[in-house]
Design a protein around this ligand. Structure first.
Ligand code: PLP
Length: 382
């Protein structure tokens, strides 16, 4: 086994009817913002997650933006967010003139630390006229956004039991977790509004795209309205609020329909890869894995290992044409979020950032490539 070919981290896998459906759009001229594939894609994603309605958006960030808006988040609010997430989660909060209120990560799960969350809500907030207030500065906390980091989940029963004591709307950032379940219930169905992403490295991709899922018909209609310029009349340019041009076009939705048909086989392949990596890497040097709670079935989106030899390993893999990546830089380290309130005791985010490494996890990866990745990891630090 020699590695002369580059092994990517996580790339789209176009393997089904995508070409056929895209060609259908081009042949019929239905390439733009209206078309049957948009509706079909929305229904497939919602149906797969077990939600009643789906509303497509141009990307996951736009879906989050609209979901927060519909949850009542206003200018100058806080939105509680894990410090360890992709920047899009925080940006969607900022687009509304609100600020992320950052919570550190659990050291084993790498999700929002529920002990910190519970303590914070109990000791540092107050209720005033039905609003949740951060006592220190009197500002309102408008929502909480749990992020299912790497397609894993926290103890959702505990999360919900903590949060439901407060007037605090939840918007799940499920962008990485399509196919993940907690006690048999899909990620994206634990909050009134939740978002998926179909960006290039997600478990399925439309190139770029997102879907909001909800069980609430009124919220679904309003989400559709806001993502389609808030046009309130079918035959006149009458718009009744400030809308957004956040539509997913039919061509991309056509790719999405083809991808959704493949999703079960993708999840199966991701799980095979995770099982292989876990079997082969258990006991190698100081390698640890992200903990999974009983009841959680992850979609295995992006396999990530933890080692104190992160830098050596990263350099070795990248030198050997195996693309591997550190976690996103924690939000409190980015210039635009460095002054945000950050609730932490030991800054686990920083440790996770400095020790974790994601390794190739494409659904198209071959068994031979998986073996090469393992061999090179052992060579570097084993
Ligand atoms: C992918 C992702 C998003 C959304 O990204 P888009 O590229 O806008 O679709 C949001 N949050 C997290 C945690 C993500 O991984």
């Amino acid at each position: 086994m020699s590695n002369d070919k580059f092994i990517p981290l996580s790339v789209p896998n176009i393997a089904g009817n995508e070409w056929k459906y895209v060609k259908d759009c081009l042949d019929t001229g239905w390439i733009s913002s209206v078309g049957s594939y948009v509706t079909q894609f929305e229904e497939m994603v919602a149906g797969f997650a077990g939600a009643k309605y789906g509303v497509a958006a141009v990307n996951g960030t736009a879906a989050l933006h609209i979901s927060l808006l519909l949850s009542g988040v206003k200018e100058n609010d806080y939105v509680m967010l894990p410090n360890l997430t992709f920047v899009a989660s925080a940006n969607s909060i900022k687009y509304l003139g609100a600020d992320p209120l950052l919570i550190d990560a659990d050291p084993d799960l790498w999700q929002m630390d529920l002990d910190l969350l519970e303590e914070f809500l109990e000791n540092e907030t107050d209720e005033k006229n039905g609003d949740l207030i951060y006592i220190k500065d009197g500002r309102r906390i408008g929502a909480i956004m749990p992020v299912h980091i790497l397609g894993n989940m926290c103890d959702m029963d505990r999360f919900l039991s903590i949060v439901k004591k407060y007037p605090l709307p939840i918007v799940e950032d499920s962008t990485e977790a399509l196919g993940t379940t907690y006690k048999g219930k899909s990620a994206g169905t634990f909050s009134p509004l939740a978002c998926f992403s179909f960006n290039g490295n997600k478990i399925i991709s439309t190139g770029g795209g997102g879907v909001i899922v909800t069980d609430d018909e009124a919220l679904a209609k309003h989400a559709k309205h806001l993502t389609t310029t808030a046009k309130a009349s079918p035959d006149e340019y009458y718009h009744d609020e400030v809308g957004y041009n956040y539509r997913l076009v039919n061509v991309l939705a056509a790719i999405g329909v083809g991808q959704m048909e493949l999703l079960p086989s993708f999840i199966k392949r991701k799980k095979e890869c995770v099982a292989f990596y876990k079997k082969e890497l258990t006991g190698v040097a100081d390698i640890r894995f992200q903990k999974e709670l009983p009841g959680v079935e992850t979609n295995g989106w992006l396999f990530t290992i933890q080692t104190d030899k992160q830098k050596e390993l990263l350099d070795h893999l990248n030198r050997n044409k195996i693309l591997s990546r550190r976690f996103w830089m924690p939000m409190n380290k980015l210039p635009m979020y460095k002054d945000c309130v950050y609730i932490q005791q030991n800054d686990h985010s920083d440790y996770i950032y400095n020790t974790c490494l994601s390794i190739p996890s494409s659904t198209s990866i071959t068994n031979e490539e998986l073996a090469i990745v393992v061999k090179e990891i052992k060579e570097a630090i084993g």
